[in-house]
Design a protein around this ligand. Sequence first.
Ligand SMILES: NC(=O)c1ccc[n+]([C@@H]2O[C@H](COP(=O)([O-])OP(=O)(O)OC[C@H]3O[C@@H](n4cnc5c(N)ncnc54)[C@H](OP(=O)(O)O)[C@@H]3O)[C@@H](O)[C@H]2O)c1
Length: 294
Amino acid sequence: MRILLTGAAGMLAAEVVPELKKNGFEVFGYDINQRLPDIQALDITNAQVVFKTVQNIKPEYIFHLAAETDVDRCEKDPDHAFRVNTLGTENVALVCQKLGIKLLYISTAGVFFGDKQDPYTEFDIPNPANVYGVSKLQGEIIVHNLLSQYLIVRAGWMVGGWEIDKKFVYKIVQQLKEGKMELRVVADKFGSPTFTKDFAKNLVALIKTERFGLYHMTNKGAGSRHDIAVKIVEFMGLGDKVKVHPINSAEYPLPAPRARSEMMRSYKLDLIGLNMMPHWEKSLEEYIRLNKNR
Ligand SMILES: NC(=O)c1ccc[n+]([C@@H]2O[C@H](COP(=O)([O-])OP(=O)(O)OC[C@H]3O[C@@H](n4cnc5c(N)ncnc54)[C@H](OP(=O)(O)O)[C@@H]3O)[C@@H](O)[C@H]2O)c1
C-alpha cells in the first residue's frame, strides 16, 4: 500500500515511518522543510500544492501527522495555529474526499478540558482548554464531516527519540546529565505517557483492521509530571542521589493554560481487543535502559 505521510521529520514519524516500512508499506514522507534526505518539502497550508502532490503520488492512505505542536506558540499566535492545524488538515481532508483516499489524523488529549477525575475515553465530550486544543479539535471535526474512511487517533504525552525529544522526558534526562541533584517538578498536572515506539506498532495493527473511526492510543496507566520524573530518576539509577520536589503549576507559569488532566484510556482498543500498549512505567524503564549510555 502506498502511504503519503505529512510531518515526516517529526518526533512521531521517526518511529511510524520505519514501522510502516517494516510491515511492507511504501512510504512517501513530506514535511514543511526538506530536513532529511528522504523527505520532500510540502507545506500543508498551501492547498494547491497539497492537491498537486497527492495527485502525483496517488497514495491509498494519507497519514496526516504534520502540526504546529508548540502549545505556547499556538496560544500567542492563534492565526498560525488555525492555519496549520485546522485549515492544513482541511486541505488534506479535501484532497482525500476528492480522490477517494483514506485518512489517518493524529489528534491529542489536549481536546479535553481536564476536570474529569478518571481518564478520558472516546465517549467523553471534548472541550479544549487552550488554542492548540481548539485547533486540533476543529481538525477532527473537519475530518469527521468530510470523510467516511478515516481514523482519528488521539495520543497523550508523547515520548520518543531520546535527544530529539523536545518534550518533558528528555528535559528531565538533560538536567540529570548536567548533574543536577535537586529537581522541581509539577505535581498537579496529570497525563498518559505515549511512547512513539509502542504507538507506531499499535497504529499499524489498527490500520490493518480497517475499523475506521475515533480512537485513543496511550500507554496504560497515568501519572503526574512529578510521578514520571521520579521514575526517570529511578530508572537512570539515581534514586538515592537525586531529590525530586513536587511543585504547584502556579509556580511555573506558561503562556498557554494547561488542562489539569490529560489522562486518557484507550477504551475502544480495549473493547475490540486491540490494546497492545504496555504500561508507561514498563516502556519508560526499557526506553531509559536502551538509551541512557548514548
Ligand atoms: N508531541 C506530543 O506530545 C503530541 C501529543 C499528542 C498528539 N500529538 C500530535 O501528533 C502529531 C505528530 O506530532 P509530533 O510530536 O511528531 O510533532 P513534531 O515533532 O512537532 O512534528 C510535526 C512536524 O510537522 C511539521 N510541520 C509544521 N507545520 C507544517 C506545515 N505547515 N506543513 C508541513 N509540515 C509542517 C513540523 O515542522 P517544524 O518542526 O518545522 O514546525 C514537524 O516536523 C501531531 O499532529 C500532533 O498534534 C503530539
